[in-house]
Design a protein around this ligand. Structure first.
Ligand SMILES: NC(=O)c1ccc[n+]([C@@H]2O[C@H](COP(=O)([O-])OP(=O)(O)OC[C@H]3O[C@@H](n4cnc5c(N)ncnc54)[C@H](O)[C@@H]3O)[C@@H](O)[C@H]2O)c1
Length: 506
């Protein structure tokens, strides 16, 4: 890997501060090759600040946003809490810093208007760090789409289905939320419609079309172990249908259910493409039964160079586009206007879903009149109070602060148990029954911890039976049926079963 490789014909360096050192840190290595020096970091969390200081000795690091924003640097990589991005970005812009904001751009339509106007007033660069359009396949599709290979967009289905239940109880690095009687600041309650850019973003980038209208029927069944019900929280499925400016329809599917997928299918008037389980197949020939073959998506020249220096993938491109915007003045695709085009349909889809699927126009906030219509639109989903919502006020903290760690490990253990129980039911029909070994091993791995956390969970449930904490712990325990996993015979039976199974598969 050659970290010294230059991507810009310029000696100008961009001094970057990273605000939010969870996801924010994943960009760290790529910065070096893109004329970017990371000179400051800010996070409430001590363990994240420590990791940043270790990776980047000499950089200024603080938990105080004021002190961070006062420091002398050019640009901020903004990776703070998702619903806080607009106000945080505005603070950065107002002190003269360019902003590369993690998804999504804003949480209310009024914030969108404020953000756009601040970008215009300050003249600073603002980009959305939407990275999913910049996979090899999506970039290849974007090139070919723009060459006209597929004709005009008719219909598309893009998905970001991601069951990230554990992240309601941990930071992104897997550490349980501290203090342990609290939940994650937004992943414990945000409705998945809001997190819509990883699926809509690639579709917009490939076709260069803007969304104009959205409708979403509410889907109410929810997975176990989520704080809010499916209508409000992250534990349900949130499909929306979106009209694009050319009259095409797109199904944008986000949410959490029992099959994480990032499948994508896109139909044009001349040809179509589908990315299913990592394979890109095209049907070309302007008919429904034209020849259909797999293709290997190649990077363009710059993409090859990035890949060869160990920096391939979406995060390279969002940083590269941002740096190019600053150094060479060439606007990135996801400037503040497309960031708004991409973010707004999520907010409006949520609103549509609570209004029974009423279709809503997606305003083009570039136009002053449309801006004015949303300037005071503060509509937002009700929030769960992640600090005090789990337990009654007088609860015993020596017990309740064990919650986040207990829940993290219980989620892992109870789903490992459920996989074991349910795969056994279809064992005779499994195409490769030897796969059952990994399922048994998965349960053996977590069993000792399972027994410990089950006891703590039961203690918490008994002490505060009508608390939200008791409900989510109880839902995860219920996945385990009546089985007494704590009985010593259970572990023995499992080991015996494993041996018999291994023997039979030889
Ligand atoms: N594009 C992607 O693939 C991708 C992946 C993960 C996360 N994200 C986005 O990145 C953002 C950050 O994600 P995360 O997983 O690290 O989640 P997070 O919300 O847990 O992280 C935010 C971090 O910022 C810190 N923070 C927030 N406000 C602060 C303030 N005012 N002062 C100091 N520190 C503050 C928090 O302590 C926390 O460590 C989220 O908006 C998320 O949507 C994007």
């Amino acid at each position: 890997m050659n970290n010294e490789r230059r991507f810009f014909d310029s000696d100008q360096r961009i001094r970057l501060g990273i605000w939010g050192l969870g996801r924010g840190l994943t960009f760290f290595n790529t910065c070096k090759v893109l004329n970017i020096d990371v000179v400051a970091g800010c996070d409430f969390n001590q363990h994240m600040r420590d990791r940043f200081a270790e990776m980047n000795p000499g950089a200024f690091v603080t938990d105080d946003a004021e002190a961070f924003l006062d420091a002398d640097f050019d640009a901020v990589l903004l990776a703070t809490y998702c619903p806080a991005h607009a106000d945080d970005a505005i603070r950065c812009l107002k002190v003269g810093k360019h902003v590369l904001s993690e998804v999504t751009s804003f949480h209310t339509m009024a914030e969108g208007v404020r953000l756009m106007e601040t970008v215009e007033e300050t003249g600073k660069v603002y980009n959305l760090a939407e990275n999913y359009p910049f996979s090899a396949a999506n970039m290849w599709l974007a090139r070919k789409w723009r060459e006209g290979l597929f004709g005009e967009l008719m219909y598309a289905e893009y998905e970001y289905v991601h069951e990230c239940r554990t992240l309601a109880y941990t930071y992104i690095d897997g550490q349980p939320i501290q203090p342990g009687n609290q939940t994650h600041s937004w992943r414990s309650w945000l409705n998945f419609h809001y997190y819509n850019t990883h699926s809509l973003g690639p579709m917009m980038h490939i076709t260069d079309l803007r969304p104009t209208r959205v409708t979403a029927l509410p889907a109410t069944p929810a997975l176990a172990g989520y704080i809010l019900d499916a209508r409000d929280g992250m534990g349900g499925i949130t499909p929306s249908l979106i009209n694009m400016e050319n009259g095409a329809v797109v199904r944008n599917l986000m949410g959490a259910t029992t099959n994480d997928t990032h499948q994508q299918r896109i139909w044009g008037t001349l040809g179509s493409a589908e990315m299913i389980d990592g394979k890109l197949r095209l049907r070309l020939g302007a008919s429904g039964h034209s020849p259909k073959f797999e293709v290997t998506p190649h990077w363009d020249e710059l993409g090859e160079l990035a890949k060869n220096t160990g920096h391939g993938g979406g995060d390279f491109w969002t940083l590269y586009n941002f740096a190019r915007h600053i150094l060479e003045g060439q606007p990135a695709f996801f400037d503040v206007y497309r960031a708004a085009d991409c973010t707004s349909p999520g907010i409006l889809a949520y609103r549509s879903s609570i209004e029974g699927g009423r279709p809503l126009d997606v305003p083009d906030l570039r136009h002053p009149k449309q801006r004015d219509a949303y300037r005071h639109d503060d509509f937002a989903q009700p929030r769960f109070d992640h600090r005090v919502g789990l337990f009654p006020a007088d609860a015993d903290e020596s017990l309740t602060t064990q919650f986040s760690l207990t829940m993290r490990d219980l989620v892992r253990a109870s789903t490992a148990f459920r996989a074991y129980r349910d795969w056994k039911q279809v064992l005779p029909d499994m195409t490769r029954s030897e796969n059952m070994l990994s399922v048994i091993d998965g349960l053996i791995d977590v069993l000792p911890r399972f027994i410990e956390v089950k006891q703590i969970a039961e203690k918490i449930i008994t002490a505060y039976p009508s608390s939200v904490a008791a409900r989510v712990l109880g839902e995860m325990l219920e996945l385990c049926d009546e089985t007494d996993i704590s009985h010593p015979d259970f572990a023995k039976r499992l080991e015996t079963e494993r041996r018999e199974f291994q023997h039979a598969s030889i």
